[in-house]
Design a protein around this ligand. Structure first.
Ligand SMILES: Cc1cc2nc3c(=O)[nH]c(=O)nc-3n(C[C@H](O)[C@H](O)[C@H](O)COP(=O)(O)O)c2cc1C
Length: 282
């Protein structure tokens, strides 16, 4: 949680976040709930122009047994509530959902709340009974929220980072230059922190399917379809959206201007198994 007036950088928030599946049997303070509520009323579009609808299921309004049956396999314990959302089925709407929902989850992390993306282990029909859907909408993923059982402050999370608690692929397997050669940390000062934020992004089953090629001041995002085949397609689109949000949020904080474009490069940079998603140009 943020202490005093200190505001953590988005990269610190990203470093401190990890999936929380067990929550304390403790109420979320009223002011925190109000702040959380404010995050959900923004009706922004994702980079591909789709608008998503978000909402909050507050445990104090429902019997605990109702909330308990939202997640399957007993993965989630004692959630205070659920962050939920819906989107129309449309071209790349899942990428937009990933992008917009991750923005909410990072702000929730900043508020000291634990969260966990659930794309598979939840009951959509149960959510829909509490968050009614409009025609044509689907619920791609939800997240429980609450006070983490193992209480860690945001700064603890940042410090724990020093002990390297996250299991992620190294730079060389994720980021490349225009000749198709691997990049290592420090090779690309302009995008150093933004790429690190991509590397730390959560992904379904921690598959980390994103690949990024840096060409001058442009960053081309691809999906490695070798990873894609291992799990449902819709998750990889969510993963890409999450990574795109991490990338953009860091650059925004560093005042590096740019925008997303859909402009497929003429080459696959020596990796025909990659599928193009979007490019950032600054
Ligand atoms: C799109 C997406 C779907 C996910 N679905 C589930 C899920 O159904 N159940 C679950 O326990 N975790 C789920 N996760 C959480 C991932 O397993 C987790 O983010 C990943 O292992 C990395 O760990 P971290 O979030 O602690 O950094 C999902 C994550 C993403 C991004």
């Amino acid at each position: 949680m943020e202490s005093g007036k200190e505001r953590f950088s988005i990269l610190q928030v990203i470093r401190s976040r990890s999936s929380i599946r067990t929550f304390a049997r403790e109420s979320v303070p009223k002011e925190t709930m109000e702040e959380l509520g404010k995050l959900l009323t923004r009706r922004d579009r994702g980079p591909f122009g789709n608008i998503c609808r978000f909402g909050l299921i507050d445990s104090s309004l429902y019997p605990q047994s109702d909330l308990g049956s939202i997640s399957t396999y007993g993965v989630i314990k004692n959630p205070y509530g659920y962050l939920v959302g819906a989107i129309q089925k449309a071209d790349r709407s899942l990428v937009d959902y990933g992008y917009l929902f991750q923005r909410i989850l990072l702000e929730a992390t900043r508020l000291g709340l634990g969260t966990c993306w659930l794309g598979g282990t939840f009951r959509p029909e149960k959510i829909a009974s509490l968050f009614p859907l409009q025609p044509g909408e689907i619920i791609p993923a939800v997240s429980p929220f609450g006070i983490p059982a193992e209480k860690r402050s945001l700064i603890d999370g940042v410090l724990r980072w020093g002990a390297s608690s996250k299991i992620r692929k190294p730079w060389g397997q994720l980021f490349y230059d225009a000749s198709g050669s691997s990049l290592k940390e420090g090779d690309c000062p302009l995008f150093q922190d933004a790429l690190e934020a991509v590397r730390l992004a959560p992904s379904a089953m921690n598959r980390q399917p994103w690949r990024v090629v840096i060409e001058g001041r442009n960053a081309h995002f691809f999906l490695d379809t070798k990873e894609d085949r291992k799990y449902p397609v819709r998750f990889t689109e969510l993963d890409l959206g999450i990574a795109m949000y991490h990338f953009e949020a860091v650059l925004q904080e560093e005042s590096i201007q740019g925008k997303w474009e859909f402009s497929p490069p003429r080459t696959s940079y020596g990796h025909p198994e990659w599928e193009y998603t979007a490019s950032w140009s600054s």
